[in-house]
Ligand binder design. Structure first.
Ligand code: 3PY
Ligand code: MG
Length: 250
């Protein structure tokens, strides 16, 4: 049996818009609930949530029983971190803080076995290959991995054409919080200068034939953002949703 079909990567290829939620509570139970919610994907956040490889693994296991696609954001865009998470069975990886085309190419290489890339071969002892039950895993693993790079700095905006054109990049995902900070507007992603940069990244990513993604901060804008071509729209986080619901209840 080969590597599982990656429905998120397929959606990016066909132009289908998707919506998803950020998982920050490190809980397999929450991941399972979110995976059955009707959202297209759930992102396990290794950058800003206190996840470990074990909690990432248990959330991947929970999501595997749901229709949602699992995405993992790495703590940093280091190839050895990608290697560990790929071996856990994650097939869609979000690389934070990608500033240049070289950063993007390094991210792609981390997700490909040689000769195309530098991923180490540990599938025989990993969940990715169904603990070795998928004898054909190595033959098509690369084809089913979705590489999502985060544009969230002034440098990334300046280099967006080269980043988006990088072969193997499936999606350029905009991080408004870090982008606002790097543009000297920390805490105000709605600032016109930040919004202008976001629109530029969306347009150049589309022009390169790649899928634009965005962390949406205002539900009133979600429809317009999808109409603008956002194919990977984050519409909430588990912690913020729970916090709001509890406060409303109180
Ligand atoms: C950001 O906004 O900086 C992110 O990384 C995604 O929310
Ligand atoms: Mg960020």
């Amino acid at each position: 049996m080969p590597a599982p079909h990656n429905t998120l990567k397929a959606a990016f290829r066909t132009g289908r818009p998707t919506k998803g939620v950020w998982l920050t509570l490190t809980s397999a139970a929450v991941a399972e609930m979110a995976g059955h919610s009707g959202l297209d994907w759930c992102l396990i956040d290794g950058e800003h949530a206190p996840n470990t490889l074990q909690t990432i693994q248990s959330q991947l296991q929970a999501l595997a029983s749901t229709p949602a696609s699992a995405v993992v954001r790495l703590p940093a865009s280091a190839p050895w971190m990608a290697k560990q998470v790929l071996d856990l069975g994650a097939q869609s990886i979000l690389f934070p803080m990608i500033h240049t085309a070289q950063d993007a190419a390094d991210a792609v290489a981390a997700c490909r076995y040689p000769p195309a890339g530098i991923r180490g071969v540990g599938a025989a002892v990993s969940r990715a290959s169904g603990w070795s039950r998928d004898a054909a895993y190595l033959s098509n693993a690369d084809d089913e991995i979705c590489v999502i790079v985060q544009a969230e700095s002034r440098a990334a905006v300046d280099n967006i054409d080269a980043i988006a054109a990088t072969e193997g990049v499936d999606c350029v995902f905009i991080g408004p919080a870090d982008l606002a900070a790097d543009l000297d507007h920390i805490g105000t992603p709605g600032h016109p200068e930040v919004q202008e940069a976001i629109a530029h990244v969306i347009n150049r990513t589309k022009a390169a034939g790649k899928a634009p993604g965005l962390f949406g901060t205002d539900p009133n804008h979600f429809d317009a953002q999808q109409d603008a071509g956002i194919q990977m729209l984050a519409v909430g986080t588990d912690s913020i949703l729970l916090n709001r619901a509890l406060t409303a209840l109180a």
